[in-house]
Design a protein around this ligand. Structure first.
Ligand code: 5GP
Ligand code: ZN
Length: 117
């Protein structure tokens, strides 16, 4: 699997690959998706390289809580909280995960269909 050395999201965190950053603190990084599927499409990632939900450890509980809270705060900041939005994690091949550094898609600004394709 992907290691931090060849991980594109680790490179984005390190500013080795440019991104449109919307938030950063000691634990998290958030930026606009390069191929948005909704009017607002932000990716929220931990700075810690975790490959997917499958590799999550008990020690990552606080980190996951920070991500969910940050999604809520970014949704308010970007004006999508009143109409509603979706926070999505794709895990593994069948989940459609293409980047193997855990990330959460914050999607909003249009009516989202359910179930997803
Ligand atoms: P996944 O399919 O793994 O859940 O989502 C990966 C997401 O990362 C995709 O929505 C894709 O558009 C986005 N992505 C892939 N490479 C880059 C990149 O270099 N920059 C940005 N901003 N987004 C990327
Ligand atoms: Zn990584």
């Amino acid at each position: 699997m992907t290691s931090p050395e060849n991980c594109i999201f680790c490179k984005i965190i390190a500013n080795e690959i440019p991104s449109k950053k919307v938030f950063e603190d000691e634990a998290l990084f958030a930026f606009h998706d390069i191929s948005p599927v909704a009017p607002l499409h932000i990716l929220i990632i931990p700075k810690k390289h975790i490959t997917s939900l499958n590799e999550l450890l008990h020690e990552d509980i606080d980190l996951m809580g920070q991500i969910v809270l940050r999604a809520s705060l970014l949704a308010k900041e970007f004006g999508i909280s009143d109409h509603g939005y979706r926070l999505v994690n794709n895990c593994g091949e069948f989940g459609g995960q293409t980047v193997h550094h855990i990330h959460f898609h914050l999607l909003g600004g249009r009516h989202l269909t359910w179930p997803p394709g």
